[in-house]
Design a protein around this ligand. Structure first.
Ligand code: KG4
Ligand code: ZN
Length: 339
């Protein structure tokens, strides 16, 4: 049976819904982000996020159905993120999905948000298995070997901060509101992606990442340059655009080197890998995408990254994972819970 899946994603600050048809591909992928309301607080406030999900979820689902030119009666299965994420936010998506599924007698599947990211590059591309995948977002940084749909293994992950979190925290040190990643990219590009300050790269032989150390190294480098006052947590050179550009540029080059170092290690352990993918919000970064693509080319491997709509949190990737799970009959019961 040709499946049509309604995807719902509310694990963090995006209220998102998408409709995916196994025969026709992604029919709609819509979201509302509460980040503009939250910028004032310097990050995501869980209580605010869950309240906004409650206000927006029905409207966003309606919009996704309308854009897809479908009604709820056309939907076969509801795929909803039920892990990991902010509990209050996840609950809104899961309770909404269960209510619709029960009322309309639809199948339901709980989806791991990280599996959504891991397979997000497959939505728009045919990727040969097995492949290596770097997922880099504000909450997660992991390197996977992906054997087949739904069959993947973590080779390494961050032991502290995620890559996007490091961008956000370092940008915040320089008075940039959350999320800081895009501003880091703009400044780095203005400085020509050169390595001015040579921040430390951990060069150990494990695939795990640690971005908290990098954040601290940048902080102490700013202190050394009389650009940051630790006791008052004040950035002292807000009018020094050149310094901000050089910090951003050095940071991006450093993160690029770390990603390439870990990919090199992963490839030596998994010479069977047929491709490299780069996904998650940080994969919006054109410089990192281009550098990882060049690395893959040198290794004679194809490289894939999703278009930005499937990099940052979205329901399209949740509906997509739902489609291959539905094809295998991997449904949940109506007592599905958050994990
Ligand atoms: O996947 P995502 O939307 O949400 C999470 O699951 O966390 O990722 C958001 C992260 C933020 O940390 C943001 O700063 C980062 O992605 N990001 C970027 C860029 N665009 C977004 N980082 C670097 N360069 C960018 N252009
Ligand atoms: Zn995410």
């Amino acid at each position: 049976m040709a499946q049509i899946i309604l995807g719902i994603e509310t694990s963090c600050d995006e209220t998102a819904a998408a409709v995916y048809s196994v025969e026709q591909g992604m029919l709609s992928n819509v979201l509302f982000s509460s980040i503009d309301e939250q910028k004032f607080y310097g990050g995501v406030v869980p209580e605010l996020a869950s309240r906004t999900h409650l206000q927006k979820i029905n409207e966003i689902i309606d919009l996704a159905l309308t854009k897809a030119n479908k009604t709820i009666d056309d939907i076969d299965t509801i795929a909803v993120t039920n892990r990991p994420g902010l509990p209050g936010s996840l609950l809104v998506g899961v309770c909404t999905a269960k209510a619709i599924a029960w009322a309309k007698q639809k199948k339901i599947i709980g989806i791991n948000h990280l599996e959504g990211h891991a397979f997000s590059a497959c939505i728009e591309n045919t990727i040969p298995f097995p492949f290596l995948c770097i997922t880099a977002s504000g909450g997660h940084t992991s390197l996977y070997i992906i054997e087949y749909y739904g069959n993947y293994r973590v080779l390494g992950q961050t032991v502290d901060d995620a890559a996007g979190e490091a961008f956000d925290k370092i940008a915040k040190m320089m008075n940039v509101p959350y999320p800081g990643g895009p501003q880091i990219e703009t400044w780095a590009s203005q400085a020509g992606f050169k390595d001015f300050f040579k921040y430390p790269r951990a060069n150990n032989k494990v695939i795990n990442f640690s971005f908290s150390g990098l954040k601290t190294a940048v902080l102490y480098d700013l202190v050394k340059r009389n650009a940051y006052d630790l006791p008052t947590k004040q950035f002292l050179q807000d009018d020094n655009l050149e310094l901000k550009q050089q910090v951003a540029s050095s940071l991006l080059v450093c993160v690029k080197d770390i990603f390439i170092q870990k990919l090199t290690l992963a490839l030596s352990q998994h010479p069977e890998a047929q491709a490299i993918t780069f996904v998650g919000g940080v994969a919006c970064n054109k410089y990192l995408k281009q550098q990882l693509s060049q690395f893959a080319q040198k290794k004679s491997l194809p490289f894939f990254a999703p278009t930005p709509q499937y990099c940052t949190d979205n329901a399209g990737m949740i509906a997509y994972v739902g489609s291959y799970k539905a094809a295998r009959g991997e449904f949940d019961d109506y007592d599905l819970d958050i994990l």
